[in-house]
Design a protein around this ligand. Structure first.
Ligand code: NAD
Length: 472
């Protein structure tokens, strides 16, 4: 039996499919496809009991056509050279798809974070940062990490602090990493940005009547039945916004410990509270526990959101999925063959490099904020409010109608950082989807959204190389 393709091989397969539709020299396409540089290193850490353990870590910079390179840092036992290579390549295409001017990168430490104390995780994170620094693999102009599986603002704050200690004269030191806590130079809205981006994407996609009719669905996100796999940062926020703001119904949830189904809808906050209290999503009042975790992906729904890790959907289970849309919130959740199979069956697969790009989009905003050393909205908020108030008063005088206090508040309100971040994110996700959709229409009905998005991304990277030329 043929060996299944590795994660990076699958990305290459997707690349080759798209590259076949692009009229660029083979050498240039080759340069775009390959990893520019990759480091693997080991370092010792002291466990709390005094024992020494050797940790394996990687950082991959896939494309330096734009600098800095950008990409998350993952703590998982699955981390290896192939995984960080695949994830770094996806970052290049992701940034190009949402027009964020970064190259792609990814880092990983091969540990199960649940087996380490907070002190141990801090030592691992700081030593990892030190190793990156020594090797010129971190810096605001070079390579900027962000969170991924099992890392978050806490780890990003340790990275920023370690980098600032090592580079005391770098006035832009805070821009060496994104998704920091807001008090440490982070930006409002970054924690939830990826999940919010998934929501903006789905709201836009479901709003197009022609496409929904082709899938046999009513237009609009409201009332759509959704299943989410992985209720971590991305999955939880996606589920929250899609149900609370989009009116969709969460009919199933899948986590490490199992899967549950509840056709009349799961209250996301209640489920999270239940998991905090009991350590499990199982036993949630009113829901049915499924016999196998994997069965959760096969619950009948309109939208399936895999938001855990890669290879959740393969040829093994793809034929049993009962959904009309797969929104890839995780990176690489659908194997390349399974993605083709779903496309043949008429299922819409919203590709990862687009669907989860909200995180890097808001990371870009945070990087800009750090470089400008000022919070978004700080300079203009009061000025805007003053101008809006004057316009309102002029309208009141001209019409003789007095606005209600609620209306005044809504109209006068000057933008805070969170307003600007969410508005920039919304615009980015909407614009990028229409770019992909338009391209898909140009390429023809046999081309899926993933290939169309890759064609667009590769063309943008190729243009960067052609405009700048090749050194020396
Ligand atoms: P996370 O660690 O916050 O959450 C992952 C969740 O998935 C955890 O709750 C974990 O228990 C669960 N999980 C793990 N294995 C599972 C399984 N087999 N079945 C069901 N649930 C399982 O990680 P995250 O940051 O939410 O990242 C999730 C995915 O989204 C990854 O593929 C990551 O690369 C991608 N992503 C994350 C971001 C971000 O901003 N954090 C941005 C873009 C893409």
């Amino acid at each position: 039996m043929a060996q299944p393709l590795s994660f990076f091989d699958q990305v290459i397969r997707n690349f080759d499919k798209a590259a076949a539709l692009i009229d660029e020299p083979a050498g240039l396409l080759d340069q775009i496809k390959h990893i520019n540089c990759l480091i693997h290193f080991t370092f010792p850490i002291k466990r709390d009991d005094g024992l020494i353990e050797v940790v394996h870590a990687w950082r991959s910079e896939h494309s330096q056509h734009c600098l800095p390179t950008k990409g998350g840092l993952r703590y998982a036992v699955s981390v290896n050279e192939d995984e960080v290579s695949a994830l770094a390549a996806l970052m290049t295409y992701k940034c190009a798809i949402v027009n964020v001017p970064f190259g792609g990168a990814k880092g990983g430490v091969q540990i199960d974070a649940r087996r380490y104390s907070v002190d141990e995780l801090e030592r691992i994170t700081r030593r990892f940062t030190f190793e990156l620094f020594r090797k010129n693999f971190i810096g605001p102009a070079l390579d900027v990490p962000a969170p991924d599986f099992a890392t978050g603002p806490r780890e990003m704050a340790w990275i920023a602090d370690t980098y600032a200690t090592l580079a005391p004269h770098d006035i832009d030191a805070l821009a060496c990493v994104t998704a920091k806590p807001v008090a440490q130079g982070g930006i409002d809205g970054r924690v939830e940005a990826t999940g919010r981006g998934v929501f903006f994407a789905l709201r836009e996609v479901c709003g197009i009547a022609e496409d929904m009719n082709a899938l046999g669905l009513e237009p609009g996100l409201e009332g759509k039945r959704v299943v989410v796999q992985g209720l971590g940062n991305v999955g939880y926020h996606a589920a929250k916004f899609i149900t609370e703001e989009g009116g969709a119904v969460l009919v199933g949830a899948v986590e490490f410990e199992g899967a549950i189904a509840k056709p009349d809808g799961i209250d996301v906050e209640a489920l999270m509270a239940h998991r905090r209290e009991t350590g499990s999503i199982l036993g949630f009042p009113g829901a049915t526990d499924l016999p196998r975790r994997e069965a959760g992906l096969e619950i009948e729904c309109d939208i399936l959101i895999p938001a855990a890790l890669e290879n959740a959907i393969t040829m093994e289970n793809a034929p049993r999925l009962r959904t009309r849309i797969v929104a890839e919130a995780a990176n690489g959740p659908t194997s390349s063959e399974a993605s083709d199979h779903l496309f043949q069956r008429g299922v819409m697969v919203l590709p990862d490099a687009y669907t989860n790009a909200g995180g890097v989009t808001v990371s870009y905003f945070e990087w800009l904020k750090n470089l400008s050393h000022v919070r978004f909205g700080r300079m203009e908020k009061r000025f805007e409010e003053h101008s809006n108030r004057q316009i309102l008063e002029a309208v009141e005088q001209a019409t003789g109608r007095r606005f209600e206090p609620e209306e005044v508040r809504a109209i006068v309100h000057g933008a805070d950082e969170i307003d600007l971040v969410n508005s920039g994110l919304e615009q980015t996700m909407i614009e990028a989807f229409h770019e992909i959709r338009e391209l898909k229409h140009q390429l023809g009905p046999e081309v899926d959204l993933r290939t169309a998005s890759m064609v667009g991304a590769i063309r943008k990277v190729a243009t960067a190389y052609k405009d700048r030329g090749i050194f020396p």
